[in-house]
Design a protein around this ligand. Structure first.
Ligand code: 15L
Length: 257
């Protein structure tokens, strides 16, 4: 039977890297974004916003799971964070519930705990310590996921993604990098683990310099294969905040823009 996965924010950076990596002969990827997209074979496109309940509900019809990536991907003025990230995540969970979709994989972020000291091992489920309004939106998304699990029995897996780029750009990312291939492995594990319930796991590759627990991600079936260390000679040097906090330069934001 063909599996159908709804991917929100599919035109974004992570969505674009995941599309070819999640493609399977027995799977349809239904791509939702406000930006126009050209479907490849095995893909369907829905154009619309994650803040529009009717659009997302229709997009959820017949889906087996949702991979929720949509939203601002860094700090933004509060009204934007509120509508695109916080209300967007509520809308996705509510639409999934109304359509009977029982599993949501949520792209959370290291910035949910960005003010943690960078030198300490970060455990799974580390208590929220957001570094920005953006980080607050990720904490809120995790809290909504917890509620939808406890209240409605949905499986919600929150991925605290580090730096998901083709190569690690900075010295900080030698610890925080999540390679695109490992990202796909983690999403795949989150989609296929039997009855995961509510989880908060780190989305990090097997980086030599990482100080993030991968125990909970591994318990889902994730086996990272990449290590940022092989790019150590190419990265730009770390700044003071990168050495101090998990969230690095995000911790410098002072103004509610
Ligand atoms: C994130 O959550 C952002 O979306 C991304 O742009 C990077 O800043 C990344 O975290 C990071 O911390 O490197």
């Amino acid at each position: 039977m063909t599996q159908r996965i709804l991917v929100t924010g599919a035109a974004g950076k992570i969505g674009s890297m995941l599309r070819p990596r999640l493609a399977r002969p027995d799977r349809t990827l239904r791509l939702l974004d406000v930006a126009p997209l050209e479907p490849s074979s095995g893909e369907e496109v829905v154009t619309g916003s994650v803040s529009d309940l009717e659009v997302v509900r229709a997009a959820c019809e017949g889906a087996d799971a949702v991979v929720h990536l949509a939203g601002r991907s860094g700090e933004a003025p509060w009204p934007e964070i509120l509508s695109h990230n916080i209300d967007g995540t509520f809308t996705v969970l509510e639409a999934a519930r109304l359509a009977g979709v029982t599993r949501v994989v949520f792209a959370s972020s290291n910035h949910a705990v960005g003010f943690r000291p960078a030198g300490e091992e970060a455990p799974d489920y580390a208590f929220p310590r957001p570094d920005t309004f953006y980080g607050v939106s990720k904490v809120t998304g995790e809290a909504l996921g917890s509620l939808y699990h406890d209240r409605h029995g949905m499986d919600v897996v929150c991925l605290r993604i580090g730096t998901c780029t083709p190569r690690p750009p900075t010295e900080r990312s030698l610890a925080t990098w999540l390679s695109p291939d490992d990202c796909a492995r983690l999403v795949e594990a989150s989609l296929s683990a039997p009855s995961p319930g509510f989880r908060v796991v780190w989305g990090i590759s097997a980086n030599t310099r990482a100080r993030f627990s991968l125990a909970e991600a591994r318990a889902l079936g994730y086996e990272p294969r990449d290590d940022a260390e092989r790019y150590a000679d190419e990265v730009s040097p770390a700044g003071e905040l990168d050495r101090t906090y998990v969230g690095g330069s995000f911790c410098a934001v002072k103004e509610a823009r």
